[in-house]
Design a protein. Structure first.
Length: 347
């Protein structure tokens, strides 16, 4: 069975404590839903841009943002498809697990959705590789390391997913688990291409399923893209024989700490605004309400028909949701009769 080889160091422990403190501040912050949605959307776009850029995608942050808004841009088809795929995966990250359990099938589905229509051979989408590959630094062209032979992949992936669902894994800090899984996935390199994006999506998925990134406010990939040479050097720091990953975990956890701190500072700044004095305090939004507000931010408005299609619910259930959101002042109606639509409210 897979067993991670690492030691707790002062750097690891101290940064885990700082991450926990920052997370608590973010979760207990007093910010209005409109800002909450904006923070979540900003994190999504930054994560997509960073993770695809690490792999050589040429789209700028602004171009990724425009694609996310459904607007057209002039760029290579592959670059656009990679971004659209990763956007869709992160927006629907909650579908790649079963009550917190992450299986091989979930990982295969994750890769299939990430690599859809971007691989030279579509038969490699969502299937383990059958050939030998190498991990290279696309910035310098250097070979970082040689992954295990293709015939070992099924066994290694089964061991990794068994460990992810083990008691040992469950008892570890979620950030540690994400960092361990990230490295082991990259080391194994189970697919012909798209391993980097899939490994970072898997790390994001682990944090999500373990209740760490509840509000999805921080971009896990942002720090690692800021200095790609450092990212590859950290991967390369692991001894190929002992696979001792302490140095990698120090780097990975520090990256999470930096990302969380940036979000904490933004949240504190927003919390100090006059809206904090609102007597209703913080509103806890449901996932459905989040998606409705995100739709409004992207499209400027939403209709009852849009909501009905989005969640495949009845007209009665749709209007019940609308009334609830109106009572919380999350949305307000515009127009009359059949032309009525809804925009973001003052809540």
């Amino acid at each position: 069975m897979f067993r991670p080889n690492f030691k707790y160091t002062n750097k690891i422990v101290n940064n885990l404590l700082k991450i926990t403190s920052a997370r608590d501040i973010i979760l207990n912050s007093h910010i209005i839903p409109k800002w909450e949605i904006s923070l979540r959307r900003d994190a999504l776009i930054r994560a997509v841009h960073a993770s695809t850029a690490i792999e050589g995608n040429k789209l700028t942050l602004e171009e990724v943002s425009r694609l996310a808004d459904g607007r057209k841009i002039t760029a290579e088809r592959k670059d656009k498809q990679e971004v659209l795929n990763y956007l869709k995966v992160l927006e629907n990250i909650d579908k790649y697990h079963d009550k917190g359990r992450i299986t091989e099938n979930h990982i295969l589905k994750l890769h299939k959705d990430i690599s859809c229509e971007v691989l030279e051979n579509p038969e490699n989408e969502g299937f383990y590789r059958k050939i030998q590959v190498y991990v290279g630094n696309k910035i310098t062209g250097d070979v970082v390391f040689m992954p295990p032979p293709a015939e070992n992949i099924p066994c290694l992936m089964k061991e990794l997913t068994d460990w992810l669902n083990s008691e040992e894994s469950v008892e570890l800090n979620p950030v540690l688990v994400a960092g361990i899984a990230h490295y082991e996935f990259v080391r194994t390199h189970p697919f012909v291409d798209g391993n980097g994006r899939t490994s970072r999506a898997l790390a994001t998925l682990i944090l999500f399923t373990r209740g760490f990134d509840i509000k999805r406010f921080f971009a896990l990939d942002d720090y690692y893209d800021s200095d790609r040479r450092l990212y590859y050097d950290a991967l390369k720091s692991v001894d190929s024989k002992s696979i001792e990953i302490t140095q990698w975990l120090e780097y990975f956890i520090y990256g999470v700490y930096i990302s969380m701190t940036r979000v904490k500072e933004r949240v504190l700044k927003l919390s100090l605004e006059k809206h904090k004095k609102d007597t209703r305090g913080q509103i806890a939004l449901t996932e459905r309400q989040m998606k409705i507000l995100e739709y409004i931010i992207q499209n400027g408005k939403i209709t009852s028909g849009d909501i009905q299609k989005m969640f495949n619910i009845s007209r009665q259930a749709t209007h019940k949701e609308i009334r609830k959101m109106q009572s919380l002042k999350l949305i307000e109606s515009k127009g009359e009769g059949k032309t009525v639509y809804y925009v973001s409210g003052a809540g």
